[in-house]
Design a protein around this ligand. Structure first.
Ligand SMILES: NC(=O)c1ccc[n+]([C@@H]2O[C@H](COP(=O)([O-])OP(=O)(O)OC[C@H]3O[C@@H](n4cnc5c(N)ncnc54)[C@H](O)[C@@H]3O)[C@@H](O)[C@H]2O)c1
Length: 361
């Protein structure tokens, strides 16, 4: 190698080192105004070494905006919104939460594709530029969903039991299609990016994906998700309101509590790279029938008035999702260990917080 060759190789590394010195390390959270975004910001706000940058199409509540070094209000598909961040921050982690959720996505599939797929692509491009500038791959954490699964009928769902990550990937919803495709994009950017070049460039993205089950939060009343019947039942009961459940008594999918989801997401984000053999991991903690939730809600709120009035389309979506998921890979590779089972989720987390929220004794 000549001296000129050596200098040419050295220059990009020197430029990346200089850029790194100038820029502040930061974590970017898209969809920061949502349920999961709030949970992540609460967990990350005390890390003084890393600035938080929150992006959402809605204005962040003041309390959450105050946790951020910078907030961006706008559409995730708008690349110009992200552009100024390159100079200011070396983004070490992206938590890409911005999405149109399942029921809403089904009402406007084109819009869902735009936000869920084009928006993700905008963010992958942003990560590629960050990696080029700072010479390090960006850890890209992505919440996928059990909506990527599509079981053909109830008999198959019953037989399949806890489904593994590679099984039944035939989603029936736009949201599920979007999530599955973005999982593939993430794998591409982290393992096969520009593979035709010789030698191929280093991967710009370290993609880490969790497939969330239905998430139950004591603090936020959900809207737009197809797994929302469980939290909706509880919030209605605590307010003394009747609730007509939009799925049948025997409907069954996996769930976990929001604190367990946040903890798991952060654990995966910081797991040693060498311990991870997969890009995508199932998560789940309990999988009762809808009637099982109703029984527990009545145990804690005996006056609860819950009826079952299945919405045929939303029921069909739930029927296509697995009754349970196999979480072996997450448990063995990075120590996924949810704290709440169904009973402790209610007794220790949901019921006390929901009672406080609505001032119930
Ligand atoms: N909550 C669940 O049960 C669940 C289950 C599986 C997967 N997920 C995934 O987790 C992530 C977070 O979910 P959540 O429950 O916090 O959802 P949420 O609907 O509460 O939050 C999503 C946020 O994205 C924002 N957003 C929507 N469109 C946007 C756009 N075009 N540009 C910028 N921001 C936009 C919304 O304003 C909202 O604040 C999503 O990707 C979702 O698909 C959630």
């Amino acid at each position: 190698m000549t001296g000129a060759d050596r200098r040419r190789m050295q220059e990009p590394a020197d430029a990346a080192a200089a850029a790194t010195r100038a820029a502040q390390p930061a974590v970017l959270i898209t969809g920061a105004g949502g349920e999961v975004g709030h949970g992540l910001m609460d967990a990350l706000k005390d890390d003084a070494a890393t600035a938080l940058v929150g992006l959402d199409i809605r204005e962040l509540p003041e309390e959450y905006a105050a946790m951020c070094a910078e907030t961006l209000r706008g559409d995730i598909c708008d690349a110009t919104l992200l552009q100024p961040l390159h100079e200011r921050y070396r983004i070490t982690h992206i938590y890409h939460l911005a999405a149109l959720l399942s029921s809403r996505a089904e009402r406007d599939p084109e819009q869902a594709h735009r936000i869920n797929v084009d928006g993700s692509m905008t963010l992958f491009r942003f990560a590629v530029e960050q990696a080029r500038r700072y010479g390090e791959p960006v850890t890209f954490v992505y919440p996928s969903s059990i909506a990527v699964y599509g079981l053909p009928d109830l008999a198959t769902k019953e037989r399949a039991g806890a489904v593994g990550e590679p099984q039944f990937l035939d989603p029936v919803t736009m949201y599920g299609c979007n999530k599955l495709y973005v999982e593939h994009l993430g794998r591409y950017f982290s393992r096969h990016y520009r593979q035709i070049e010789m030698p191929p460039p280093p991967p710009p993205v370290d993609f880490r994906c969790v497939r969330y089950p239905g998430l139950i939060s004591a603090h936020t009343v959900p809207s737009g998700g197809t797994s929302d019947y469980a939290p909706e039942m509880l919030h209605a009961a605590a307010q003394g309101e009747p609730y007509a459940c939009f799925v049948r008594e025997d409907a069954r999918i996996p769930f976990m509590t929001m604190p367990d989801a946040i903890e798991a997401t952060l654990t995966l984000a910081h797991a040693p790279r060498e311990s991870l053999r997969h890009c995508v991991y199932n998560l789940g903690a309990f999988a009762p029938r809808a009637e099982g939730f109703a029984e527990l809600v009545r145990e804690f709120f005996p006056q609860a008035r819950i009826t079952f009035e299945p919405h045929p389309k939303r029921q069909a979506m739930v029927d296509s999702w697995p009754a349970d998921v196999d979480t072996t890979a997450a448990r063995t590779e990075w120590g996924f260990a949810p704290k709440h089972d169904l009973h402790t989720a209610f007794a220790e987390y949901l019921v006390p917080a929901v009672k406080r929220r609505y001032g119930v004794a």
